[in-house]
Design a protein. Structure first.
Length: 294
């Protein structure tokens, strides 16, 4: 359908963020999203109908300048083959050959990865990760996701499963339980937004909850420091907007890290990326190196 442009005439890439509710696509030009298109995921539908919804979202933004497509999905992906093994909140998607099917349709290179890895790659090429050779991007929301950048490249491990810090046992559950919205919902039968608001209004109970949440975040960051030794951790996701409420107790916990030399050079940042679409699009820059110099 679309002819591949000569490498010297590359103008744009397309990024697609597949969520349980919406499929968000964008055409990226000169580090900016210049055209956006959204389609309902309709996650209850059969596999092929959801695939058609992805095509619809891409067709809203793609044009003859597009050289490659990056797709981020909230689930486990065979990165080399571009097979989506399982997706959170999309029951029909199991072992979907997404890369092959989209490449056959659009006649363009397609890269597929999980959304946490996309977040980290997006920070590397478009965000605060530009300032670091090695860092870990973590997303705090309904779950805890992580992507690892080492020497300016995404590290995925032997089985595409690196960075699953949320699954590490912690207290009576695991880190994801205590470092995501599950903590507020399952322990306090509330949501983070209401608790943050109550804390800002001076509610002592809410402030204690936020303080404890910061301690849990600090502990998972210490685990990351011990296992990866990054220059920085960059925090994104829906909870990142409330960083100011839990950063004090988070840093109090991080400062108990045993190596003061490491602490003196370690940084925690919050993301300022415009959209997850940038992270998906950045897959093209990571895995098609010629695009970096176009």
């Amino acid at each position: 359908m679309y002819k591949m442009e000569d490498i010297n005439n590359i103008k744009s890439i397309v990024g697609v963020d597949v969520g349980g509710t919406k499929i968000d696509a964008g055409r990226i030009l000169n580090d900016k999203i210049v055209v956006r298109g959204k389609v309902d995921t309709e996650s209850h539908l059969p596999e092929n109908e959801i695939f058609n919804n992805i095509i619809s979202a891409i067709e809203k933004v793609i044009d003859q300048s597009t050289y490659a497509i990056g797709i981020g999905v909230p689930g486990f992906v065979d990165i080399e083959k571009g097979i989506v093994r399982k997706v959170t909140n999309i029951p029909s998607w199991k072992n979907v050959e997404l890369k092959k099917k989209l490449e056959n349709y659009f006649k363009l290179p397609v890269l597929v990865n999980n959304d946490a890895n996309c977040f980290a790659i997006g920070e590397k090429f478009y965000g605060k990760g530009k300032n670091f050779r090695s860092f870990v991007g973590i997303t705090l929301g309904t779950g805890l996701g992580s992507g690892i950048i080492i020497d300016n490249k995404l590290f995925t491990g032997s089985h595409n499963g690196s960075g699953e810090f949320g699954s590490i046992p912690y207290l009576d559950e695991n880190y994801e339980f205590y470092c995501s919205s599950s903590y507020f919902q399952k322990v306090f039968k509330s949501n983070g937004q209401d608790i943050y608001y109550a804390a800002s209004e001076g509610d002592e109970i809410a402030r204690n909850i936020i303080n404890d949440f910061g301690i849990h975040i600090g502990n998972v960051i210490k685990t990351i420091m011990l296992s990866v030794d990054p220059e920085a951790v960059i925090i994104g996701g829906s909870i990142a907007g409330s960083f100011r409420y839990f950063q004090e107790s988070m840093w109090q916990t991080i400062r108990t890290f045993p190596s003061k030399d490491v602490l003196n050079h370690f940084v925690v940042e919050t993301s300022e990326l415009e959209s997850a679409v940038l992270g998906a699009g950045a897959l093209c820059l990571q895995y098609l190196p010629e695009l970096q110099h176009a």
